[in-house]
Design a protein around this ligand. Structure first.
Ligand SMILES: NC(=O)C1=CN([C@@H]2O[C@H](COP(=O)(O)OP(=O)(O)OC[C@H]3O[C@@H](n4cnc5c(N)ncnc54)[C@H](O)[C@@H]3O)[C@@H](O)[C@H]2O)C=CC1
Ligand code: BAL
Length: 504
């Protein structure tokens, strides 16, 4: 159930679990099927791990159900808090190892990205360990002299979670820590191309003292394991992060099976709007980060940048300079190298997908600019940082989520046009506005249809602040107190104090 993996760049050799994690044990999948996982920076195979099928999902859900009914539902918030504190200290201990796994398996730069993901995971774990200690939700409602009611916030029970590959452990932690704190048990499916770190993380739950069955990790293909989880009649709630198309399928499966509630964090086509009075250097730096960080594989990436006409040329120059300086493959194109801030995209499929958008722009005769040449025989799934300029608003480059290091930069004349362009999308996850004018900024915050608005920054989310989308970007919220609330439901109890018979 374990295979040795050596990561020479950080001098680490460790034992990688390759089994499904059910009831605090690693087990083979029932049909023995495996998934190969690859290093996106080289294209080479790292290892294989077991893939869950429908029967394995049934077993994991049963384990989670037993753990919920027999043990976890009887724990107090402070007992759960204590386990989360222990978990946080174990993540701190193993931070470098976990970050190295993320880099190896997802290609994200170790120094600039993966270590930061781990810092966020430690923070989110401590945050929910703290928040749950103050879990005092619920109300007493006076109804009449002889009657009062009380509401309780109670867990759902067994929660199914499906997470993507762009932030493998971080997206899992955004979901799991709040869910456990609220008192639910979990069956979680990592993405097929980034399951290694979560499989390892499972051991930290055991070491921290989480009872068997509270956390179950079932890597597998979306169409089989993901569908089985979303459609399972004994799963009480499902939470998903990934594409909008799959989010719709998850919602449909949830509705058709047992009407389980869903939380969806889906795609985005987030605008950044730069007004002529903005600090241009600052705006360019944030906008470059907002599209090139994590090679653009962010649901909140500011992939549409709108700049006021009067500062357009100046902004472009500044954007190019800032982007070229900050976002680099590094001489060795090795995400473990300190110089590398721009890794490969996750897979050959994703590389082809992103490149097809670039080719579409070229075919349409749009102005294209690229940074940092790549050799023709480059190994690994690298994509050059790219931006297009004269792009019609109707172009698919402006309408579809590319999920790679590709931006569209366009102009606007005035405030009302800027808002109209920014809102012209089916998505509504995030947005950014750059201006020194408090009135312009505040009107933008009021009128933009997006779950997050950054004023004079971009993509710097905070774990204490709710995160989630409007429109086709999703349903529900993660992070912050809302991230705990997403895993609680209200129960109302009516208390009759009267001793006489009820009168109609
Ligand atoms: N919002 C976000 O953070 C993410 C958005 N995406 C978007 O999706 C595009 C395609 O990437 P994919 O890897 O194909 O994303 P995806 O949406 O297929 O994958 C995300 C997760 O959903 C699972 N999944 C796939 N089909 C499922 C189903 N029918 N039922 C339940 N779970 C299922 C996958 O196994 C994975 O764990 C990207 O180019 C990007 O636009 C992808 C990953 C993350
Ligand atoms: N920045 C984490 C959320 C996401 O982009 O998927």
């Amino acid at each position: 159930m374990f295979t040795p993996i050596h990561i020479p760049q950080v001098g680490i050799t460790y034992k990688q679990p390759i089994g499904l994690f059910i009831n605090n044990e690693y087990v083979k999948s029932k049909d023995g099927s495996l998934i190969d996982t690859f290093n996106p920076a080289t294209g080479e195979k790292i290892t294989s791990f077991y893939a869950a099928g429908t029967a394995d999902i049934d077993e994991a859900v049963q384990a989670a159900r037993n753990a919920y009914e027999d043990v976890w539902s009887k724990t107090t918030p402070s007992e759960r808090s204590e386990l989360l504190w222990k978990l946080a200290s174990l993540v701190e201990r193993d931070k470098k190892l976990l970050a190295a796994m993320e880099t190896l398996d997802s290609g994200k730069p170790y120094h600039s990205n993966a270590l930061g993901d781990l810092d966020q995971i430690i923070s989110v774990t401590k945050y929910y360990a703290g928040v749950v200690q103050n879990l005092t939700q619920g109300k007493q409602i006076p109804v009449s002299h002889d009657k009062f009611a009380v509401t309780f916030e109670v867990p759902y029970g067994v929660v199914g979670q499906v997470v993507p590959w762009n932030y493998p452990l971080a997206m899992a932690s955004w979901k799991m820590q709040g869910c456990l704190a609220a008192g639910n048990t979990i069956v979680i499916k990592p993405a097929e191309n980034t399951s290694l770190s979560l499989l390892y993380f499972a051991q930290l739950f055991v070491e921290a003292g989480f009872p068997p069955g509270v956390v179950n990790i079932v890597p597998g293909h979306g169409a089989q394991a993901g569908t089985a989880l979303a459609a399972h009649p004994d799963v009480d709630k499902v939470a998903f992060t990934g594409s909008t198309k799959v989010g719709q399928a998850v919602m449909e499966a949830a509705g058709k099976s047992n009407l389980k509630p869903v939380t969806l964090e889906c795609g985005g086509k987030s605008p950044a709007v730069v007004f002529e009075d903005a600090e241009i250097e600052q705006a360019a730096e944030w906008c470059a980060l907002g599209i090139f960080y994590n090679s653009g594989q962010n649901c909140t990436a500011n992939s549409r940048i709108y700049v006021q006409e009067s500062i357009y040329e100046k902004f472009l120059q500044e954007f190019k300079a800032q982007a070229a300086k900050a976002w680099k493959f590094g001489a060795k194109r090795d995400p473990f190298d300190e110089e590398c801030t721009l890794g490969p995209v996750i897979s050959e499929v994703q590389q082809k997908r992103v490149k097809s958008y670039i080719e579409h722009g070229v075919k349409e005769g749009l102005n294209i600019e690229t940074l940092h040449e790549l050799p023709a025989d480059v190994k690994g799934f690298f994509v050059q940082p790219t931006f297009f300029t004269n792009v019609p608003q109707s172009s698919k480059l402006n309408r579809e989520e590319i999920f790679g290091p590709v931006a569209v930069i366009s102009t606007f004349k005035n405030e009302s046009e800027a808002l109209k362009l920014a809102n012209d999308t089916n998505y509504g996850l995030a947005s950014a506005v750059f201006t020194q004018n408090i009135g312009v900024a505040t009107r933008f915050v009021r009128d933009i249809k997006a779950g997050t608005v950054w004023v004079n920054s971009s993509n710097d989310e905070e774990i204490s602040v709710p995160f989630g989308g409007f429109k086709m970007s999703g349903i529900g919220r993660e992070l912050g107190e809302a991230g705990l609330g997403s895993y609680l439901q209200t129960k109302s109890a009516h208390f009759n104090l009267s001793v006489s018979a009820h009168k109609l």
